[in-house]
Design a protein around this ligand. Structure first.
Ligand code: MBD
Ligand code: FE
Length: 285
């Protein structure tokens, strides 16, 4: 991961995309050899059938096929498979998972999660730079179970982009752990976190994913969001994201990961900041 260069250098998408590949490998999110031949057969057959059908429907030509091959090679060499898959595919995997999930709605994990961040008390501030820019945001609430009982000592593993839309660990010049932390709720499941409001996220335009988006004439934006994994022993963890009412791109997220239940309604605090309350509901594992 690139965090040693100076802040003068402007971060690039290619950096973030490629760093996401390193992060994926380092956090070993893959399950080696646990997929049965039956599942490989069924799923790969279905994926290929979808590709074959698209070729027939669109009457794909040889030059188009070769261009696709070149682009896929670039995607791998640029280390952007995690970025591409999380932006364009993960939301459907999440939809399927959500069919059997009660409690707070989930959303996609995305490529910029890093485990093992600093543990923080229930009333806390996320680690930030002394000159961290952005509208101050207090994010407070309670974690409960599906029967309404508080969940004490639940963990809110929280991470978000800065006021320029960059994530620590994935863009040069941002200290490790910036705007990331694991907040532990108090005896009543409550928490209150001070941070700043993140900016919308632009898919790096200089990498293969950005090139595809440009070639297709799409916009490269995700609405501003907070990422969370909420967990407690004996409960099913919830991976989700929270958005901001009225936020730009809320109705056209390129990653299709918004849900109406996941939109915050922040109130001005009178001193230029915002405060938002959100309660989480966990189901038993
Ligand atoms: C992000 O910040 C993100 O949350 C997702 C899902 C994909 C790319 C960048
Ligand atoms: Fe994100």
């Amino acid at each position: 991961m690139t965090t040693t260069e100076s802040t003068e250098e402007s971060p690039t998408a290619a950096d973030s995309g490629a760093s996401a590949t390193e992060a994926f490998r380092a956090t070993r999110q893959h399950a080696d050899g646990e997929v049965s031949a039956e599942r490989v057969d069924a799923v790969v057959r279905a994926v290929l059938a979808g590709v074959h059908q698209a070729i027939r429907d669109e009457r794909v030509t040889y030059p188009e096929f070769q261009a696709a091959k070149q682009w896929l090679m670039d995607l791998g060499e640029g280390g952007e498979w995690p970025l591409f898959l999380d932006v364009f595919v993960e939301h459907v995997v999440e939809d399927v998972a959500a069919e059997s999930q009660r409690g707070t709605k989930g959303s996609i994990l995305g490529p910029y999660y890093l485990p093992d961040q600093q543990r923080l008390p229930s009333v806390t501030a996320l680690p930030s730079r002394p000159d961290e820019r952005g509208t101050p945001l207090v994010f407070a609430g309670q974690v409960r179970d599906v029967d309404g009982n508080p969940v004490p000592r639940a963990e809110l593993d929280l991470w978000h982009a800065d006021e320029q839309g960059y994530y620590s660990g994935f863009a040069p010049g941002i200290p490790d752990g910036n705007l990331r932390g694991v907040v532990v709720t108090d005896g009543h499941g409550r928490f209150e976190v001070s941070t700043i409001q993140p900016a919308p996220y632009q898919i790096p335009t200089d990498g293969p994913t950005g090139k595809l988006i440009e070639a297709a004439g799409w916009h490269p934006w995700r609405p501003a969001h907070l990422h969370l994994i909420v967990r407690a022993p004996g409960y099913r963890p919830i991976t989700t994201q929270l958005y901001f009412e009225g936020g730009k791109w809320l109705d056209s997220d390129i990653a299709e990961a918004t849900k109406p239940e996941l939109v915050l309604h922040p109130e001005p605090t009178g001193d230029g900041g915002l405060r938002s309350e959100y309660d989480f509901v966990l189901e038993r594992a």
